[in-house]
Write a protein of this length. Structure first.
Length: 329
């Protein structure tokens, strides 16, 4: 599952309220404002939809303004560990390792070119909300680096993959440097000398302690059980045409051990075999109802090597043969 930290979600809501949005407007959300306790992450699609909703209400520059209001404490333990890096630019090295505390939708990379360092944000803007979220991330980078150095360092260029917005007033205030749109990648560029500045709060012993806390927090991110189930079912669906996938295959894709995946499914009240059968049944019913594919083709696409085995399984699921189901529906 692609996700964002609940801290970022809450920050966006609070910024919208500060700009005049009533709390009542956030009660209809899939994860409403009054149901955020004990939630650690928000599905990416919900997070991106919120960006799109708020831009319609508060204007195209809203995500950039959110970025400008970010403070290091908003990033939790990861933010504290940033403060105690020895050099400003180490924030990006730290992010490569621990950014999944905030989101698993992108990563950072530094590319040096002479005296310039280009910080590349590797992310695909597959929808408007991702473009907006990326602008917020780049805007936040500006204020975070200033906070780390306690100096007025500024970028020398910012690049966006998406097209130029009509209203750039918030962008101009936030970045105060040349901005290029329709570029091959998202990036923000600094003089390397600025990234090599010693941070104002550098302290090796505190830094080591906080890194240990970040490790614990990283391991402690727990995706909701229903999201795990949805992810596993989606992978099974993609894999079935080549045969029933093993749990080893699924756990590798989800970056979990077999034991952890089995336990998480058990906590959600299902077994891996349950999900295999459920996905096969759902796919089979859908194809029998909505397509003219032969029973043999459907058997193959749902992971069966023989039509007779598919027929028996389908009769166990529904009490009908595939032919009877298609005729009656």
């Amino acid at each position: 599952m692609k996700y964002f930290s609940i801290n970022l979600y809450i920050k966006i809501l609070h910024c919208a309220i500060e700009e005049g949005m009533p709390r009542e407007d956030f009660m209809h959300l899939p994860t409403p404002i009054n149901a955020l306790d004990n939630v650690s992450v928000i599905p990416a699609e919900e997070f991106l939809s919120l960006h799109e909703f708020l831009v319609d209400k508060l204007g195209r520059g809203f995500p950039v303004r959110v970025g400008q209001k970010m403070i290091i404490e908003d990033y939790g333990v990861l933010g504290l560990s940033w403060r105690t890096c020895s050099k400003v630019g180490e924030i990006f090295e730290r992010s490569e390792r621990y950014f999944k505390l905030l989101s698993n939708t992108f990563d950072w990379q530094i590319k040096k070119e002479g005296n310039i360092s280009h910080i590349v944000l590797n992310r695909e803007a597959h929808r408007k909300g991702m473009e907006l979220s990326t602008e917020a991330s780049l805007s936040a980078t500006v204020v975070v680096l200033k906070a780390m150095s306690e100096k007025d360092i500024s970028p020398i260029q910012v690049c966006f993959k998406h097209e130029k917005p009509k209203d750039l007033s918030s962008h101009i205030v936030a970045f105060n440097c040349p901005m290029l749109f329709d570029q091959p990648q998202y990036s923000i560029s600094y003089n390397t000398v600025d990234l090599n500045l010693r941070t104002a709060k550098a302290d090796a012993s505190i830094n080591n302690y906080l890194l240990q806390q970040v490790d614990e927090k990283t391991k402690g991110i727990k995706i909701p059980g229903h999201k795990i189930i949805n992810d596993v079912e989606a992978i099974i669906k993609d894999a079935l045409p080549t045969g029933i996938p093993s749990i080893h295959y699924i756990s590798d894709l989800l970056a979990m051990s077999n034991r952890t995946l089995t336990r998480r499914l058990s906590e959600a009240g299902v077994t891996y075999r349950d999900l295999i059968k459920r996905t096969q049944e759902t796919m089979a019913k859908n194809m029998l109802y909505n397509t003219e594919q032969s029973i043999g083709e459907i058997a193959f696409l749902t992971g069966f090597s023989e039509q007779s085995a598919f027929n028996r399984a389908f009769k166990n699921w529904t009490g009908q043969t595939p032919t009877e189901f298609r005729k009656n529906n």
